[in-house]
Design a protein around this ligand. Sequence first.
Ligand SMILES: Cc1ncc(COP(=O)(O)O)c(C=O)c1O
Length: 346
Amino acid sequence: MRIQGYPDPGQGLRLHLNENTGGCSPRVLEAIQRLKATDVSAYPAYTDLVRACASHFDVDPDWVLLTNGLDEGILMAAVGHISRARIQDAETIIPLPAFDPYPNSTVAAGATAVRIPPGPQFVFPTDAVIAAITPRTRMIFLNTPSNPTGRLIPIPDLCRIAEAAPNAVVLIDEAYIEFGGTTFLPHLGTYPNVLIGRTFSKAYGLAGMRVGVVIGQPQSLDPVRAVTLPFNINAVAMAATLAALDDPDFLPHYAAQVAESRERLYAAFGRLGLEYWESAANFVMVRVGDAVTEVVTALAKHGVHVRDRSKDPATPGCIRVTAGMLDHTNAAIAALETVLSGRNTR
Ligand SMILES: Cc1ncc(COP(=O)(O)O)c(C=O)c1O
């Protein structure tokens, strides 16, 4: 049977999709329980959530477009700026390693991806990205912190790229920015060609609800708005997101767990002699070597699901482990130590 989505690993700790391992705020569940039959039978009205997001991100409501997860925002940005404009020979620039929806959306929009290899130790290849910009470049996908490396793109580098590509749209994907790093939001007023992508899936624990936001000046946002379907966020997800934004204590508490979990993962990987990359996100990438598939399978048998990144030529021998609640991180470390004890990982 062909089933859409990512394979369900079944029972165990889900540390393979960068989800919030502690679940959402209890206020979210309360808000869902308060929904009335007529909230479900009516098409949703988005004014309250657009206003709440505009206030949260400190931008004008006209700069906010709600999307069905940031995944949809990425696709609609490509469709709005490339397919709808009927650009021939359009190119996108995708620094590697990259989140799959960037190449997928490029193909969906009929464009060609120009892929940029990573710098040493996954330092962001700013000069190579700028050198790849041509009159055919329509979109540049930037992701900070990066999935899967967790590395940040410095703000001055983001500015340089946006300035070097005035005729392209620069999509800055900040899906994990709540866990570390600095948002580009305060600079958005200076750069009409920049769109910022945010999501409620990760820090707010609403991945199952599917709510993302694309933020930008109308010049760049309106073409995306023009191709986005009118009722793309459902009423339950809307109530959930409003409640999540109304719980100021939830995020700092979870972000602190993530920060401590990352430190514990670094320490464990260090003890095990594994190469890893310090991360500003809610996951850490680590190289376990040639036996990566066996390690991933053995971890799953111990009830810990991690992401095998080894099929990507940019991340050979690597896995990505979600850093969430401390108890979950401790369990993951114990399983990894058991699996790797006695195994030569180099
Ligand atoms: C870099 C990046 N961007 C965007 C997303 C999409 O998030 P969502 O569609 O759940 O909002 C993800 C999810 O894994 C991600 O890793």
